[in-house]
Design a protein around this ligand. Structure first.
Ligand SMILES: [Zn+2]
Length: 200
């Protein structure tokens, strides 16, 4: 899950149009992953107040997702199950990080969790989702973008469409949240040890 934070949702400091509409669908995917005991990773923008991406500091964007503020919190309706790994990015004043892999240990943690394929959704399609997907591909993961679980900034009208086209051209697949839920639900849980009767 990429950056499903208050500031990227309607009413937030850098609101993505209809950004909050991804939440119920993502919740269904999170629920399916939880039931299948599959690892879940959430990224978040977690900026210092003088971050280089902010207009006053030479960047493109209004201040957003300043660490510890309300706007940096996950959308209140987003399901964040226990055991979810939260990866903060853009934490250094001088460096921007659209990708969840940039300047973080996300790749290492995914690999340690035995992940080979990543299902990815969140905000915003044309920036953080795109860059995270591309870095995941570069790191050797299979990538499926949840096409109904992403929304874009679209500074230019077709930015999101171009972003999805680019990640597909680089080898990612597009699936719907329903596809993902079906797929994950049909996967047999890896059982680490044979089942034994509980002795009392
Ligand atoms: Zn940011």
């Amino acid at each position: 899950m990429v950056d499903v934070q208050r500031d990227f949702c309607p009413g937030g400091a850098l609101a993505v149009k209809d950004g909050d509409t991804v939440v119920p669908r993502l919740n269904r995917v999170v629920g399916a992953f939880t039931r299948a005991s599959l690892p879940i990773f959430f990224t978040r923008d977690w900026h210092p107040g003088n971050h280089v991406s902010f207009k006053d500091h030479g960047g493109t964007w209004p201040p957003h997702c300043v660490k510890g503020t309300r706007g940096a919190g996950f959308h209140p309706k987003l399901r964040v199950p226990r055991g979810t790994v939260v990866v903060s990015k853009g934490t250094q004043a001088g460096s921007e990080a659209y990708s969840g892999f940039q300047g973080t240990d996300l790749e290492k943690r995914l690999k340690e969790a035995g992940v080979r394929e990543v299902f990815l959704g969140g905000l915003a399609t044309d920036y953080c989702v795109k860059e995270t997907a591309l870095d995941a591909l570069d790191a050797g993961f299979k990538v499926k973008v949840l096409e109904d679980c992403v929304r874009g900034v679209d500074l230019h009208a077709d930015d999101s469409e171009l972003a999805l086209r680019e990640v597909v051209a680089r080898g990612a697949g597009l699936v719907t949240s329903s596809d993902a839920v079906r797929l994950v639900t049909s996967v047999k849980k890896p059982s680490s040890r044979p089942k034994r009767p509980i002795l009392r």
